[in-house]
Design a binder for this molecule. Sequence first.
Ligand code: GDP
Ligand code: K
Ligand code: MG
Length: 294
Amino acid sequence: MFKSGFVSIIGRPNVGKSTLLNNLLGQKIAIISDKAQTTRTKIHGVLTGDDYQIVFIDTPGIHKPKHKLGEAMVKAAKSSTLDVDVILFITDISQPVGRGDQFILEGLQKVKTPVILVANKIDQTVEKEAKERIIKLTELFPFKDVIAISALQGVNTGGLVKLILEFLQEGPKYYPDDMITDQPERVIVQELIREKILELTREEIPHGVAIEVVQMTTRGDNLLDISANIYVEKDSHKGIIIGKGGKLLKEIGKRARIDLERFFNSKVYLELWVKVKKNWRDLPGALREFGLDN
Ligand code: GDP
Ligand code: K
Ligand code: MG
């Protein structure tokens, strides 16, 4: 029997949702950082086995929105709990159970879909504390099952796949065997560049950054020319991204190029430009233009 279904990955920002998706797929399709609101849109990742296909939906973390982009992100996360077969509620078990977790679980009370508690980051948690926190969470919500994992180290992620399959029914193969994401290449390029900005800048800057790929063309056999605009919200941010003598922009380009070459398995020539678009996170037109209107 061939089983298939859709599985939504939800939880507070920074609990390891995107890390889990990448680990399950064995390839980086969702960017990761230690900053909240790294993931901005729903991302589909497809895991195909001999007798199953699971379509995972990675989502932006659920938080209290401060602008139109934030609203669209929370909407995307919430809508991903509809029409799925299983919901994975991921929590960072190295942290005490907090308001953020409670808030999401309250929102799930009316949902009929089975919810599995995934206690992540066991690699940095004392076992006794993890157990106590799991008990506390199961008192807050009727989870159908519980599993402890480390998404970063790949501990028990195979066990998680087996557990998910127990909840899936017979179904069709939705995507071809070799497809691991429905994200266009252009979006992956944008995201990999944005990830480097998240790595190299502090709080205020990364949240106000959007990337637009203006050109992607192949040159000869094994060279990809990519040119992209980095949009920031303020003139002062432009200076920060460029850095002294262009140093930071150069480093962003260098790190992004390494990842892009790995992803495309080709040499990449990357050109980056920094531009200012004031308050774009509150402009519906800009959200649409950047593919962030969810
Ligand atoms: P998301 O916001 O829920 O998608 O979280 P990310 O996947 O972006 O991860 C947030 C941070 O947690 C990153 O710094 C990850 O490296 C880290 N992280 C994720 N999973 C684990 C884990 O299992 N163990 C540890 N120690 N860190 C993790
Ligand atoms: K994050
Ligand atoms: Mg994420």
